[in-house]
Design a protein around this ligand. Structure first.
Ligand code: CA
Length: 226
């Protein structure tokens, strides 16, 4: 779990990032302009700062420069730049950003970058690679491969498959899955687990001779070879 500051004025982008990171168990603060970002960044301890370049009050490059001048280089900064704006990238890295990501980006890509800078900082979640039958899941690269074929999953589908792969041959109840992949406060009557198991089957099992995701009636779901 990390303390993360997101500095981004576009509310839909910042709330999407905040929500996604909170689902991963991180604490997230959001600032909507560069001045507010700088004051938060200098007053609280963060493990990583996600900083958009185009911001009101003070742009991300200026904020990064002033922050580095005041606070030094301990906290990694990942800059969000507009696609193709190499100028911003160069300036950003020169002023002390550790990495950058061009918008629009996939959330998984942001997570992978965050994990890299956190690990460099010595507090990263260590990467885990799960293997079962011909299926491989890598929590660092967020890649899922079956029989050499790359399978693209959403964040929730990935988390669900990760849970199954961490517990092969073990029947996981719907409640256990809900609590681990969604959260403890979710309505227990929801059919979201069934829905996502179906999404996963369509991506992971469909078209392969051996099915890996099985329903155990009245009990739950299990990852096993037939
Ligand atoms: Ca912006």
């Amino acid at each position: 779990m990390a303390n993360i500051l997101v500095v981004e004025d576009e509310v839909n982008v910042s709330s999407f990032i905040k929500k996604g990171l909170e689902e991963k168990g991180h604490n997230v603060d959001v600032a909507f302009d560069g001045a507010m970002g700088l004051s938060l960044a200098c007053s609280r301890e963060y493990d990583v700062i996600i900083l958009d370049v185009i911001l009101p009050q003070m742009n991300g490059i200026e904020m990064c420069r002033r922050y580095r001048d005041t606070m030094g280089y301990d906290v990694p900064i990942i800059m969000l730049t507009a696609l193709g704006s190499t100028d911003d990238v160069v300036k950003g890295l020169e002023t002390g950003a550790d990495d950058y990501l061009s918008k629009p980006f996939m959330f998984d890509e942001l997570i992978a970058r965050i994990n890299v800078v956190l690990r460099r900082k010595g507090m990263g979640v260590s990467a885990k690679i799960y293997e079962y039958a011909d299926l491989t899941l890598n929590t660092e690269t967020m890649m899922v491969i079956r029989s050499g074929k790359n399978i693209s999953l959403t964040t929730k589908e990935f988390r669900l498959l990760e849970l199954l792969m961490a517990n092969p041959l073990r029947v996981l109840s719907r409640t256990h899955i809900l609590e681990n992949v969604w959260d403890a406060n979710i309505d227990v009557n929801t059919n979201v687990v069934e829905v996502y198991i179906n999404y996963l089957r369509n991506k992971v099992d469909k078209g392969f001779p051996v099915k890996l995701i099985h329903t155990v009636i009245g009990m739950g779901y299990v990852l096993k070879e037939e």
